[in-house]
Design a protein around this ligand. Structure first.
Ligand code: MLC
Ligand code: AMP
Length: 499
């Protein structure tokens, strides 16, 4: 019997009495206790009717049981589908329709609304969090061992949704091999071992927090300080007794903005990793001045896991994302012809390797557009590669805003605004923001003679979209700037309103 991911990440820890999780309330869980809990949850899943290949949709708080649920899903042979806890009911409805999960696990406080969406489809709902989560309660009485379901390297382990330029989220299908190969490359490259202690303050519904941070820790047997959120006081308390931090650039600008963050604070730290959004060279420099540490920047995507990384031992250059990971090929191509560019010339970053996903769930046309028959995936990021292989990202060919590490596709917001009466058209764009890197602005052209209420627009956006996608400002314009082809010039909007 083999289960690719379970055998590598979880099974070796049977009987391991080292601490795995250390939670906000002071509770700790050894690796062995964690595995026993995961087994109890796996029984609960199968009793709830989950079969191999079924999707388990999880929109739940960051708890040790949520991590154990991921392990349970892997051993039950299910497909783990984590969702941002900020998503609205309207957004959740789309994911339920699209992924057709067998089971939904939600926050206890959302039980009534989630059941209203799930029950007409006959989908089971269990809850986590609060004093009486039904998943945790049901699991309590179950056996503490579970025979993992057979899963081959190409079987799906996870479905992670990522927004798109069309405004519709796409489910990226990730196999056991995709996740494991990346965890192995990163653990080796960053030399993560059982002597490490990771401060984990990222959400666990995205690649960065769930796979980069958690899978590498599991593979190495490291200790994880599981912080429910990025709370600066908690982080400053934990960093002195830890060795690793993985974060988005906002983590580092917030740490630098706090005078308590000093060289003394980081005495035991071995490595600070940044990714999911561009790290400003200025942040890199200020961080080194303050702490003596050079942040290690790496680059990845939901569809590909991690692609490149600056070296652990070697030059970590600000403004570059380093070298392709072991087993990952990168090429820079002409976006029009697909031909490989000479070194040093800008082009589309394409990626191939065991880390690259299996395609988009139920979207064969979209898959064919972005994943070439040769196995190369078109990232939509523009970059250059130097002769020694080092990659720098210089822009994006996709219309995307990255705010605090969250991807926001303007089209999704424009669709909501354009659907409103009295809106003729809209253009959503990002402007620089010192905390989040970029923030969202909406420019709106009303129908002729109409009077638009910004409050009404905000109300509409509130019911449709997660808070982090909301425009921070609405501009009412008579027309949108267009080029001679009639295309809206968002660069002109950014230049005009960016400051
Ligand atoms: C929170 N808010 C955001 C936001 N996060 N708004 C825009 N962008 C964000 N990223 C909203 C809140 O709802 C709140 O709204 C207000 O901003 C202030 O909240 P806060 O308390 O200051 O924010 P906080 O909770 O501290 O969150 C900030 C953050 C968080 C940076 C810690 O966003 C975060 O954890 N980001 C990480 C995202 C991530 O993991 N990305 C990886 C994707 S994987 P109000 O109502 O108060 O106005 C990927 C691949 C790869 O990209 O390479 O890794
Ligand atoms: P997601 O779709 O949420 O997985 O986000 C992936 C996108 O985040 C990539 O396509 C990049 O545009 C961006 N990204 C990730 N890491 C970096 C980085 N280190 N520097 C710049 N952009 C990054």
């Amino acid at each position: 019997m083999t289960n690719t991911l379970f055998d590598a990440l979880f099974a070796p820890h049977v009987g391991n009495s080292a601490t795995f999780l250390h939670c906000d309330d002071g509770a700790t869980l050894t690796y062995d206790a964690f595995l026993k809990r995961a087994a109890q949850l796996a029984h609960t899943l199968t009793d709830a009717g989950v079969h191999p290949g079924d999707r388990i949709l999880v929109q739940a708080p960051k708890l040790s049981d949520t991590i154990a649920l991921y392990a349970a899903s892997v051993q039950a042979g299910a497909v783990y589908l984590p969702l941002n806890t900020a998503y609205t009911q309207a957004e959740l409805d789309y994911f339920i329709q699209d992924a057709d999960p067998r089971l939904i696990v939600c926050d206890s406080k959302d039980e009534a609304t989630v059941k209203a969406l799930a029950q007409p489809r006959g989908t089971a709902v269990l809850t986590l969090g609060g004093s009486d989560g039904s998943l945790s309660r049901t699991a309590d009485g179950k056996p503490t061992s579970f025979t993992p379901v057979d899963r081959a390297p190409d079987d799906l382990a996870a479905l992670l949704y990522t927004s798109g330029t069309t405004g519709r989220s796409k489910g990226a299908m990730l196999s056991h091999k995709n996740l494991l190969s990346n965890a192995v490359s990163l653990t080796e490259l960053w030399e993560i071992t059982c002597n490490d202690r990771l401060v984990h303050a990222l959400p666990i519904f995205h690649t960065h927090g769930l796979f980069v941070a958690m899978n590498t820790s599991l593979l190495a047997g490291a200790e994880v300080r599981l912080c429910a959120a990025f709370d600066i006081d908690v982080i400053l308390n934990e960093v002195p007794r830890s060795t690793l931090l993985m974060g988005v650039p906002t983590f580092y600008t917030r740490l630098l903005a706090d005078a308590r963050f000093t060289k003394d604070c980081v005495q035991n730290m071995r490595l600070f990793v940044s990714g999911s959004a561009p790290l400003l060279a200025e942040t890199h420099r200020d961080f080194e001045d303050r702490t003596g540490h050079r942040i290690l920047e790496r680059y990845g995507m939901t569809e590909t896991n991690m692609i490149t990384s600056n070296p652990l031992n070697g030059a970590r250059l600000a403004g570059t994302v380093g070298y392709p990971l072991a087993g990952t090929e990168v090429k820079i191509t002409n976006p029009d012809t697909g031909a490989t560019q000479p070194f040093g010339e800008i082009g589309m970053i394409e990626v191939r390797g065991d880390n690259v996903f299996q395609g988009y769930w139920n979207m064969p046309e979209k898959t064919a557009e972005e994943l070439r028959a040769t196995g190369f995936f078109l990232t939509g990021d523009l970059g250059i590669q130097s002769e020694d292989g080092r990659v720098s990202i210089v822009g994006r060919s996709k219309d995307l805003i990255i705010s605090g590490g969250y991807n926001i596709y303007p089209k999704e917001i424009e669709d909501v605004l354009n659907d409103m009466p009295d809106v003729n058209e809209s253009a959503v764009f990002g402007i620089p923001n010192p905390d989040f890197g970029e923030s969202v602005i909406a420019a709106i052209v009303p129908e002729q003679g109409a009077t638009l209420s910004i409050e009404a627009m905000k109300d509409r956006v509130q019911t449709q979209l997660a808070r982090f996608k909301h425009p921070r400002e609405y501009l009412l314009l008579e027309t949108l700037p267009r080029n001679t082809m009639g295309k809206v010039q968002k660069n002109v909007l950014r230049d005009t309103y960016g400051s």
